[in-house]
Ligand binder design. Structure first.
Ligand SMILES: [Zn+2]
Length: 88
């Protein structure tokens, strides 16, 4: 099985951490941190906010290095959630 990459935050997630649709089925496009009950958990976040969030994460947590955060940031514009804002 290929690893799931969240189409909002760009981070890999396990099957257990899949987001949920309105009917409580699993959504393999988004992680539970970004998508819950058929909605984004944070509606107002922009791609800039997401970049900042990733850098903050890298700064405060050992699981991710700044380098890894930058790699994720590079793929953000190609993710489903941000593709539209990228065009605008
Ligand atoms: Zn996510």
């Amino acid at each position: 099985m290929k690893p799931l990459i969240c189409q909002s935050c760009g981070l890999p997630f396990s099957e257990k951490m899949r987001g949920t649709n309105r009917d409580q089925s699993k959504n393999s496009d988004y992680c539970l941190g970004c998508f819950k009950n058929g909605e984004y958990t944070d509606h107002h976040i922009t791609i800039q906010d997401m970049k900042k969030r990733l850098l903050d994460m890298a700064r405060h947590h050992d699981e991710m290095s700044i380098e890894e955060a930058h790699q994720v940031i590079q793929i953000l514009p190609d993710l489903k959630r941000w593709k539209m804002t990228h065009i605008l």
